[in-house]
Design a binder for this molecule. Structure first.
Ligand code: PRP
Ligand code: URA
Length: 194
């Protein structure tokens, strides 16, 4: 987190480290996935061991910046499907606007990991969760790198059923809606657009 917060970190390293943190977070967010007993033969004989019970999963990045976490998540759950939700925040009003939704057809049967590096006012996350629920999604978790307390409260109030996983809970939002100390504009830093 220190590396990606640092403003002297360039696009290449920012991308690598954002994915690396996302990959590490997968250990935590998949901790309670159901397991099933399976009998196997080791070279020493029969044994009953655990394996994933085959729960269907999907990763849903909130575009653009959420794309910066997808590869990291897929390192550990490579068979997961990927849905996309396009959302941008109006820089003046801070209101989110939805511009794209493309999801696996069986989204209602999957456990979803919504990924976005930043949870600021919570507007984008809340609108993304609304869009998913409207299309039948039932079980989802929100996975972010940096959260502001204001954003956590907003999501908890509107969607108390959605657990939030954050690599860091920061101090506050600034007057223009940025997270402090945060890391700046995640999309611009990932894609080198500013
Ligand atoms: C950023 C970020 C979140 C959103 C968080 O996206 O990736 O989606 O802002 O802010 P909020 O909690 O106040 O809604 P942005 O709108 O800048 O779009 P981008 O990912 O395309 O850069
Ligand atoms: N979106 C970002 O990319 N950064 C912030 O600090 C807040 C919203």
């Amino acid at each position: 987190m220190t590396i990606i917060r640092d403003k002297s970190t360039g696009t290449k390293v920012f991308r690598e480290v954002a994915n690396e943190i996302a990959e590490l977070m997968v250990y935590e967010i998949t901790r309670d996935l159901p397991l099933a007993d399976v009998e196997i033969d080791t070279p020493m004989g029969k044994t009953v061991q655990k394996q994933l019970a085959g729960k269907k999963l999907a990763v849903v990045p909130i575009l653009r910046a959420g794309l910066g976490m997808v590869d990291g998540v897929l390192q550990l759950i490579p068979a997961a499907k990927v849905g996309h939700i396009g959302m941008y925040r109006d820089e003046e009003t801070l209101e989110p606007h939805e511009y794209f939704v493309k999801l696996p057809p069986d989204i209602d049967q999957r456990d979803l990991f919504i990924v976005d590096p930043m949870l600021a006012t919570g507007g984008s996350a809340n609108m993304a969760i609304d869009a998913l629920k409207k299309r039948g999604a039932k079980n989802m978790r929100l996975v972010v790198l940096v959260a502001a307390p204001e954003g956590v409260r907003a999501v908890q109030e509107e969607h108390p059923d959605v657990d939030i996983y954050a690599a860091s809970l920061d101090e506050r939002l600034t007057d223009n809606g940025y997270i402090f100390p945060g890391l700046g504009d995640a999309g611009d830093r990932l894609f080198g657009t500013k």
